[in-house]
Design a binder for this molecule. Sequence first.
Ligand code: ATP
Length: 338
Amino acid sequence: MGTPDGHRDAGPLRPLDALLSETDEVLRRGTPAGARVWSTGFPVLDAVLTGGLRSGELVLLGGPAGHGKTTLGMQVARNAVAAGASALVFSFEHESHTLLERLISLEAAEADPGEVAGVIDVRRVLETADRGESLQSLLGGLRGGAQAYAALAGYGDRLQIHESSGVTTTLERVREAVARVTETTGQAPLVLLDYIQKVPVDRRGEDERVTAAAEGLKDLALSARVPVVAISAADKDALASGHRMRAKDLRGSSALAFEADVVLIVNDKVDVVSREHLLYNLGNIERFRAWSVVSIEKNRHGKAHVELEFAKDFEHGRFDREGKEVNERLIDDRVFVS
Ligand SMILES: Nc1ncnc2c1ncn2[C@@H]1O[C@H](COP(=O)(O)OP(=O)(O)OP(=O)(O)O)[C@@H](O)[C@H]1O
């Protein structure tokens, strides 16, 4: 039986000689024989991840509330689609029209990083329209709107948003939707799930539920040969001020960190730089507020404990793609609190 990326399904047991000839056969067909790789669209992040996100991987994206997890996840999904792949977003948090408003502005800014319409401009135009005008014509009135509309329309069904429910969107429904998108678009999608603690699982305690959800998503990544990027909420204690969020602060953290292949934690730079950078140059506080630090805390196929920084452009629902390694010393855990 064939699989989405052309590997022959020989069942779970693989003698080495069969594995060698199977790999040889795949290569001779002109197909890559390893995992499929989805570029994140962020060159420095791709470099750390040795190319991008891989089929079979569970990637956790954590961080304190409101610090850009959804923004980063949506941008990675959009970048994959812009590069010709497909993506499926399970959104337990936002309605699809809210994500569409962000996507329109993000797309406009990606085409022209100048003074294009922000998310708020897009929302205002859509919410106040009352003359029966078409979406294309409304967006045509916004700077960058026409290009954004054309790009999004061009993606067609390769980007799909699933308005998920913490009651009915079980792992089984997630699995079915991935299979459906694979079938209709002809390619296995990058999967973004926002967020893992919302997936309904029939277990008692929170840790048990998160464990079951993480196991289920890892299993899905392997069996459907897709990367699953799961956004994760922080534990209550980690939300206290003066704390650098780490993988151990994710809700249900022990199972999450164990199951995940890659763990990315987003923090505001101003919250995580060592205090000497703030004390002796007060201008740094304002400068650091404009940046987020993405810490690669776990990376099964490459270097871990790398700190990257990206300029925020939340006004356009995005981060600047040209990030870099953080130069400043970061605090380890607890910040100095006077
Ligand atoms: N139009 C806008 N202009 C500027 N900032 C905005 C705009 N819209 C949203 N933001 C900010 O962007 C930030 C990132 O939002 P995002 O939804 O990505 O965060 P998150 O980490 O996923 O949050 P949560 O944990 O609440 O889901 C938020 O702090 C929000 O206040």
